[in-house]
Design a protein around this ligand. Structure first.
Ligand code: AMP
Ligand code: MG
Length: 338
């Protein structure tokens, strides 16, 4: 079963061809991140225009690279949302066109779920599990009971983890995207006496929520007091983000009594997050799974993979349907049943 997956929800144009939801035959990502760098964040109109330029060459490239004829593709999967509307429209329009021209089923994928499925490109998912999704726009913890069965356990009440790293990097003058820049600089030190607050939310019914906006403000303040200690500031920022994510994810896994914890989203590329999570979970006999680094940020292969599992469940998207944003995960996974 060959699925071609298309991702265009933000600033990456990704296309991938995946066999049986597991084997990546080809995957290409073209990012417009560099163009947004001078603005310190993504400019939606610019991102949409870049998708328009990149989408057809990306599709052509994965077909050539995999040696797969377009007629051999069995289904088209596309990120339907959440994301930037103009960006989503480019991918959805390309996917609908292919679906119509090739008479192949169209599967609309939730971008957040696609991030979780990047893990299935490494090994079969072990259910039941808890998943920690940490990206530039989202930070959330889910119970993942089975394919197509996700329940939100907690989410950020303000900024996403990636967003605080991006904005923090901007405060420190490290450029965009900030996560990798913070990680590189933080790696040059192994400790610091500079401390940033680790948020603790005490709402009894929302025990696994996250919050990062206070951290952002605290970093601005600390930077003003110690402008010359950049590497230590980066280390303190990374420590606070990692610690807050690890505490909540492990607490959620223990509360749900699961043995498997999946990490996903762009921030999951962070080596310290992976290491601290593994170390902390191991003490509770919880196994941590991470996607391969090349599939942790936005890409088309994870979309193809999620699409494969929804195809198996009989979830399809109609040609009369468009992008959907917002698109909360865990509320409506069934999309359109055939
Ligand atoms: P996504 O939204 O899933 O494409 O992920 C993008 C986000 O991941 C951005 O906020 C990046 O700053 C962040 N990111 C990427 N690589 C790393 C890294 N190595 N460490 C921390 N954050 C990262
Ligand atoms: Mg993403």
């Amino acid at each position: 079963m060959l699925v071609l997956g298309i991702e265009s929800s933000c600033d990456d144009t990704g296309v991938g061809i995946v066999a049986d939801g597991r084997e990546v035959l080809a995957a290409r990502v073209q990012s417009s991140a560099m163009l947004h760098e001078e603005f310190g964040g993504i400019v939606p109109e610019l991102a949409s225009r870049e998708h328009v330029m990149a989408i057809l060459p990306a599709i052509q490239n994965v077909l050539t690279e995999s040696g797969i004829g377009v007629g051999q593709i069995d289904a088209i999967a596309v990120t339907r949302g959440p994301g930037l509307l103009g960006s989503l429209l480019v991918g959805v329009t390309a996917a609908k066109t292919l679906s119509l021209a090739l008479s192949r089923p169209l599967i609309g994928v939730n971008h957040l779920e696609a991030h979780l499925y990047a893990n299935a490109l490494a090994a079969s998912i072990e259910f039941p599990a808890v998943a920690l999704l940490v990206s530039g726009g989202h930070s959330a913890i889910y119970r993942w009971s089975d394919h197509g069965r996700l329940q939100l356990l907690g989410e950020t009440v303000d900024d996403a983890a990636g967003e605080v790293l991006d904005k923090g990097a901007r405060t420190l003058g490290l450029g965009y995207p900030g996560g990798p820049a913070v990680e590189r600089l933080a790696r040059t030190v192994s400790m610091t006496d500079l401390k940033l607050p680790i948020p603790r939310l005490r709402h009894p019914e929302r025990r696994f929520d996250l919050s990062f906006s206070g951290l952002k403000t605290a970093l601005v303040d600390l930077h003003q007091r110690h402008p010359e200690r950049l590497a230590e500031l980066a280390y303190a920022l990374e420590t606070a983000v990692v610690e807050s994510l690890v505490r909540q994810a492990v607490a959620a896994a223990l509360s749900e009594n699961v043995r498997h914890l999946y990490l996903a989203g762009g921030v999951s590329a962070n080596q310290r997050l992976r290491a601290v999570l593994e170390e902390r979970a191991e003490g509770h006999q919880i196994e941590v799974h991470c996607p391969l680094r090349q599939y942790s940020t936005d890409n088309g292969a994870m979309v193809a993979c999620a699409g494969y599992y929804h195809w198996r469940l009989g979830h399809f998207m109609g040609l009369d349907q468009g992008p959907r944003t917002p698109f909360p995960l865990g509320e409506d996974l069934a999309l359109t049943k055939s």
